[in-house]
Design a protein around this ligand. Sequence first.
Ligand SMILES: *Cc1c(COP(=O)(O)O)cnc(C)c1O
Length: 375
Amino acid sequence: MNDRRNEPTTEVPITSVQLPEGTEAEVLAVLRSGQLAQGAVVAEFERRFAELCGVDHAVAVNNGTTALTAALKVHGLGPGDEVVTSPFTFVATLNAILDTGASVRFGDISDVDFNLDSDSAGHQITPATRALLPIHLYGQCADLPAFESLADSRGLCLIEDAAQAHGAMIGGRRAGSVGTGCFSFYATKNITCGEGGMVTTDSAELADSLRVLRNQGMRKRYEYEMAGNNYRLTDLAAAVGLPQLDHYDRQVQRRRSNAARLSDRLSKVPGLALPRELPGRTHVWHQYTVRISDGSALSRDEFVAQLQAAGIGAGVYYPHLVHDYECYRENPRVHDSPLPVARRVASEVVSLPVHPGLDESDLDRIASVVAGVLS
Ligand SMILES: *Cc1c(COP(=O)(O)O)cnc(C)c1O
């Protein structure tokens, strides 16, 4: 028999899926319609998501990794081309680039917003560079105006990994509306279909290529224009995501007030650096990520262990640089560079629960446990 009584239970989880009322009816309607694959619900989900992002076109795909691969491919990226991105991201960013046959170089990050630094990225540009790929990590936009002018001045395309940043803003513009936006609807993301993804763009031409690419390169039945793939989302999955769009503003408001409460309660804890929303940006708080600095009472890993023992779901996103694994070390298309800030940050970060399912007593408990273990 399984005896789970002595295992620590995570009482305040790091993530929790909360689907609005009406989701079951929406999914049931798709089941009963007999049209389960891509159809009218996907089209409606695309229209509504384009509206959320303030773009002309949104093209749904089956996950966020595919969104990145598809965006890179329709921009023409392939063998011999280079992409400059952040070394501090989920592995999907790197895998999508490698999947196209392109090579990757890394700029360092800022320890203020955890995102790719545009000056450092600029130093990684070579004659082979074709694209810049900043990530809006944890729900706060990278410095998109800086990346936009860098891309314009060097003739590069700009692709945004917005998998964690649905609805985030910078200078009044939405994530995914400056470059070509790539979103994920994985189960833990701010908006979820279980699995799903979206590419956003103002270019009718790119949107058209994306639609053909995701459907085996087929425009009309059995007429193929390019070597495509099956990247389609299903109506069944879109029906899970669609109702969340009606409530998304409120969900973001909750994430924002949860973050504000944590920051208020944690402001005086020694050895703890709190995350900040930078001026001109609207953070959507996919994660609330603190840093455990040198002067702190515990090491990062001890801190995480103590939080978990106390029933607080804490996560480390991400413990290593994205390419710092054996499987990438000998890959000639993965170019390492000195990345001192990213390396230090990867050893310091811990994400605390901030999702909309938390109430004030959960937040106060998180804060008091954090303060307790660090004092
Ligand atoms: C989740 C995520 C992805 C990939 O999305 P999937 O839907 O899991 O394929 C890509 N980049 C980042 C930064 C992510 O967090």
